[in-house]
Design a protein around this ligand. Structure first.
Ligand SMILES: [Zn+2]
Length: 141
């Protein structure tokens, strides 16, 4: 049972791979939020051994679930109301991500036209392959 200690209204990102919480914190822009955010590192997990957890007070619209799904779609999102888990959301790999990663191909139009959005498309769901919308350069993690 997930300990949501003290959180009344908000959500908990559970099953984060141990050590990844800070990276997710930065990628989701949680440092820019005014609400209460708690990071728990190296929590014990039956399934994973160790895991990280992030608790956020407030509505789910505070974070971009596409970005989260792209980073790690195995994370579970627990929605908390009145101090209880009312819903568990599974994430999926987003079909398209905008301005999260940058194309590394020096000849890509996005490295020349600075104002262009960096758009990547999921081209192979099974192997989690994303390709640049403009030059089809494969994104390697
Ligand atoms: Zn490109």
């Amino acid at each position: 049972m997930l300990n949501i200690g003290g959180l009344n209204e908000g959500f908990v990102l559970d099953h984060i791979e141990a050590g990844k919480a800070m990276m997710i914190y930065n990628n989701l822009g949680l440092d820019k939020l005014d609400c209460c955010v708690a990071i728990i590192k190296n929590a014990r997990s039956n399934k994973m051994g160790k895991k990280d957890i992030i608790k956020i007070e407030g509505g789910l619209d505070l974070v971009d679930l596409d970005v989260l799904g792209f980073i790690d779609h195995n994370i579970t999102v627990n929605i908390i109301k009145d101090g209880k888990i009312v819903e568990k959301k599974r994430l999926s790999l987003p079909k398209k991500i905008t301005n999260v990663i940058k194309c590394k191909n020096p000849r890509c139009i996005t490295s020349i036209e600075q104002e262009l959005k960096h758009i990547f498309i999921l081209t192979d769901e099974e192997n989690q392959v994303y390709r640049c919308k403009y030059c089809e350069e494969k994104y390697t993690r």
